[in-house]
Unconditional design. Structure first.
Length: 317
């Protein structure tokens, strides 16, 4: 399904024409296109034919195909800035901007030409809002064991808005967008606290496979992949599978270095150090514990530094 912001396209088309010092009458005479057609295009009342785009591109000395493409309201286009906001909310745990983000998306659909067929995007809007709310509620009450199963079921329900009949058992049947992957990471965290470790492995394997299918990885997907590696290493820690802990810690370290995202690299260093310690490789473990503390030290987060320093000293001598 394609959806275009024709008002935006029309305004840009008019600006390009005027920048070329052309009137609608002049363009009409050059191309043999009626002034009424040009007027409708610039007023956002119709979508141009392919050949009209070709002709206008020559006269306007601009790729009008690309101008129209920019006005295409795909999911990623509409939600790009708001996905970024959601990410910032989750990282900062500040959900005060939820309503503002929702209002911004609603404004896109207030235009007359957008109304006939945007139910899929409205579903994504509902899912977006529910995702932010779930994260906010989970951060406030994640230590309440009685609520965890309710959260689990609510996350599955929210995923089912866009993934028909979703369940962990059929997770391999789907591909996922950013919001769905964010929800899956939250579902993994809840599953881990419920000791549903098989669910965690199913979720994390599906996430890794899903991201691998994209030819271009965005910053948001990079962050999802790094957190997937971390969750993998942590869940393997729960079952004392030290080789796989090290495998996924190394994946996280190498990928963090590759994309220059060091936000949680200290966790990978720590997790690898702990696994090496458990394998009686104390000298190697010491190297990674030092790297963990160094990674925190350069962030000037003294509280976090003291926390990890204390854990390393007390648990790993």
């Amino acid at each position: 399904m394609k959806l275009y912001n024709l008002m935006s396209f029309g305004k840009e088309l008019r600006a390009i024409r005027e920048n070329n010092h052309l009137t609608q009458s002049k363009v009409s005479k050059i191309l043999g296109i009626s002034e009424d057609t040009l007027r409708r295009l610039e007023n956002g009342k119709s979508i141009p034919k392919l050949e009209t785009l070709d002709y206008l591109s020559v006269v306007y000395k601009t790729d009008i195909h690309m101008v129209l493409a920019k006005s295409r309201l795909t999911y990623s286009f509409v939600f790009k800035n708001d996905i970024h906001r959601l990410n910032e909310m989750i990282i900062s745990k500040d959900y005060s901007c939820i309503d503002e983000a929702i209002d911004n998306i609603n404004k896109v659909f207030d235009q007359e030409e957008s109304r006939p067929s945007y139910s899929l995007m409205i579903d994504k809007l509902k899912q977006f809002k529910k995702t932010a709310e779930l994260f906010a509620e989970f951060d406030l009450q994640k230590n309440d064991d009685d609520l965890l199963l309710d959260y689990y079921n609510e996350i599955v329900k929210t995923l089912s808005i866009s993934l028909i009949e979703f369940s962990i058992n059929n997770i391999d049947n789907y591909s996922f967008d950013y919001i769905e992957m964010r929800l899956l990471l939250l579902l993994c965290e809840v599953s881990r606290q419920l000791s549903l470790l098989e669910d965690c492995f199913e979720i994390l394997d599906a996430l890794e496979i899903n991201i691998a299918r994209f030819t271009e990885i965005t910053d948001e997907f990079n962050e999802i992949l790094i957190k997937t590696y971390f969750h993998q290493s942590y869940v393997y820690h729960r079952i004392d599978d030290f080789d796989n802990i090290i495998t996924y810690a190394d994946k996280g370290i190498n990928y963090s270095l590759k994309i220059k995202d060091y936000s949680i690299i200290h966790l990978f260093f720590f997790r690898k150090g702990a696994a090496l310690y458990s394998l009686d490789k104390n000298d190697e473990a010491n190297v990674y514990f030092k790297k963990c503390l160094s990674a925190i030290y350069i962030t000037d987060n003294e509280k976090l530094y003291r926390k990890f320093e204390n854990i390393i000293k007390t648990k790993y001598s």
